[in-house]
Design a protein around this ligand. Structure first.
Ligand code: ATP
Length: 260
């Protein structure tokens, strides 16, 4: 696997929804401009309804922007959907495994869809189940696995397509704390090892701070309230950082202490 080669360029992105029942207009994302470098690990934090999931839907090409653009290597995920097959993988809060398929068959599914040869599918799926500590559970069905194990299968499935970009939407929040910490670390280690660009949506500040390179704080309509490089903050400053982000989220305005 070569890792991500192109940055994600988000320019003046705007997404407006019209509610079918009330006719009300909702600005989910308003003029977002953001660049994410190849191989960067970014956590997005923001209050509920600030547009995080809408951004993911645009990134995976499920939605079109109202205006503005997302460009990855000169292509746009919503216009060039087929070019992004196997290049962007998502891990959701729920594992979304197919109950009638065994663990290995769940991992193979996206490989089938992108036309990978059968023997390569088998080899790659086993490699990833092994990396996630599930080699002995390849033939188990989701109902036979714990929540943490099922989420491991989902992570194996995401990495197996060798994506350039990994999107994790609250992927660890349905798990107990010990399992969540363990899986989060596994995810981060693998994303670094395979040089994927990774974006994690999280409501939990501790999770955002443990992820790595960068924390992006969204206000209402994905307003960019703060863009924090973790390397600018010593461990001894983390309590201040935590409190400044909390304040930013609460006030829906950047905290002075974040300006560096
Ligand atoms: N398909 C849709 N139709 C109408 N409104 C929508 C649609 N999708 C999202 N919205 C609205 O856009 C806004 C942003 O929603 P979004 O799901 O992106 O927020 P979020 O930050 O992911 O929230 P949460 O943290 O609760 O998942 C919300 O007000 C939501 O109700």
């Amino acid at each position: 696997m070569t890792g991500a080669s192109a940055p994600i360029e988000i320019a003046g992105l705007r997404k407006v929804f019209r509610q079918t029942t009330t006719g009300e207009t909702i600005v989910a994302i308003d003029q977002l401009t953001l660049r994410i470098a190849p191989g960067e690990l970014v956590a997005i934090v923001g209050k509920t309804g600030c547009g995080k999931s809408t951004l993911f839907d645009l990134l995976i090409g499920l939605e079109h922007p109202t205006s503005g653009s997302i460009t990855i290597g000169a292509k746009m995920p919503y216009d060039d959907f087929n070019d992004f097959r196997g290049k962007i993988a998502t891990i959701f809060q729920q594992d979304r495994l197919f109950p009638w398929r065994s663990a290995i068959d769940n991992v193979k599914l996206p490989l089938e869809l992108i036309g990978i040869a059968d023997d390569v599918q088998q080899e790659r799926a086993m490699f990833w189940l092994n990396r996630l500590g599930l080699a002995n559970f390849a033939n188990a069905y989701p109902r036979e696995l714990s929540g943490g194990m099922r989420q491991r299968v989902a992570i194996a499935r995401a990495f197996a397509v060798q994506p350039e970009i990994l999107l994790a939407d609250e992927s660890f929040s349905a798990l107990d704390e010990v399992t969540a910490n363990d899986l989060r670390q596994t995810f981060i280690d693998l994303a670094r090892e395979f040089r994927s660009t990774a974006i994690l949506i999280t409501h939990q500040l501790e999770e955002a701070m443990s992820v790595g390179d960068r924390i992006v704080v969204f206000g209402k309509s994905a307003a960019l309230l703060a863009d924090i490089r973790m390397k600018d903050w010593d461990r001894s400053d983390h309590a201040t950082l935590r409190s400044a982000i909390q304040n930013t989220l609460q006030m829906n305005a950047p905290d002075e202490r974040l300006k560096r």
